[in-house]
Write a protein that binds this ligand. Sequence first.
Ligand SMILES: NC(=O)c1ccc[n+]([C@@H]2O[C@H](COP(=O)([O-])OP(=O)(O)OC[C@H]3O[C@@H](n4cnc5c(N)ncnc54)[C@H](OP(=O)(O)O)[C@@H]3O)[C@@H](O)[C@H]2O)c1
Length: 332
Amino acid sequence: MDEPFQAYVLHETDAGVRGHLQSFSHAALDEGDTLVRVEYSSINYKDVLAGTGKGTIARRLPLIGGIDCSGEVVHSAKFAPGQKVLVCGCGLSETHHGGYAQYAQMPGDWLVPVPNGLNTREVMALGTAGLSAALAVAKLEAAGITPDQGPIAVTGASGGVGSFAIDMLSLRGYEVAAISGSPAASDYLLSLGATRVINRHDILADDKPLGRATWAGVIDNVGGSLLANLLKAVLPNGAVASIGLAGGAKLVTTVLPFILRGVSLLGVNSVSLTPSVRAEIWSRIASDLKPRHIDTIAGEEIDLAALPERLDSAFGAEHFGRSIVRIGATDK
Ligand SMILES: NC(=O)c1ccc[n+]([C@@H]2O[C@H](COP(=O)([O-])OP(=O)(O)OC[C@H]3O[C@@H](n4cnc5c(N)ncnc54)[C@H](OP(=O)(O)O)[C@@H]3O)[C@@H](O)[C@H]2O)c1
């Protein structure tokens, strides 16, 4: 048990922050009342930013990367040994050693038992992307957006969050328009349940403060001018869930969608949820929001040894959906 293990560790280098595989000791893990033998992790947008140094994710270095992981409890103040658990966000790979390692140690409150109906591999196929998509769908529902009110637009559609959002919305009976910058992703997006695919470059900027009201709701992973333009085209009393910034963090808009059409802008933050919200949303992901196309969306599985190269080449590669990282899983 005290033997060193393999971990992908982020370091400050002459070329900025970079990660590599190295041996790591149990004693060097962060404190926490729960030790997990990690089976799977996954690759999120944030993991790519962290590993390539293109974004400041790790707040201290060296730090084990990986914002998500699932596995089996070794010992814990909260769970019985052998309990299958998962964690997404909670500061992993930001302020606390992350999931790209054979072991992870953290407070038990961060962990959620793997819900019935999903296994440790499937929860990492979903990971932070699936969790965020489910949170966004739940926020639209809580804002009163129902399938009969009109279509929902999903941006960054071919990415992890976008793919799961399409799958979940279509499962819940919504008409979904996938907004994508990847023409090659059309068939993939339609197979997940989108009823149409719109090239994001066709959603043009104009100077008008409001456009033709089209969308009952939007799940936005892109931010920037795409979000600004979509806000102008939301139906009265519609709602927009803002998740991401793949296209830019800046939002230049007017108040007119809010004060003339009653549009709501809803923020989604998957990192710092309360334990009860985490448990509740995972229980929905395993039941009424359970995506029908998990294997299609998470179509790639790599092992820890392949992770550094995969992260380095992630930006620029034409890749739809998500990648699972197999770490210590013994099942197949
Ligand atoms: N708020 C939260 O808690 C939370 C949680 C998870 C993720 N996020 C954020 O949500 C976003 C999506 O995450 P993800 O895991 O789905 O990432 P991903 O798998 O890398 O997908 C991002 C997608 O955004 C689109 N895109 C990429 N570059 C773009 C650009 N320059 N301009 C416009 N669109 C671009 C692409 O889709 P198309 O080619 O189909 O357009 C791409 O597939 C990221 O910004 C991430 O940081 C936030």
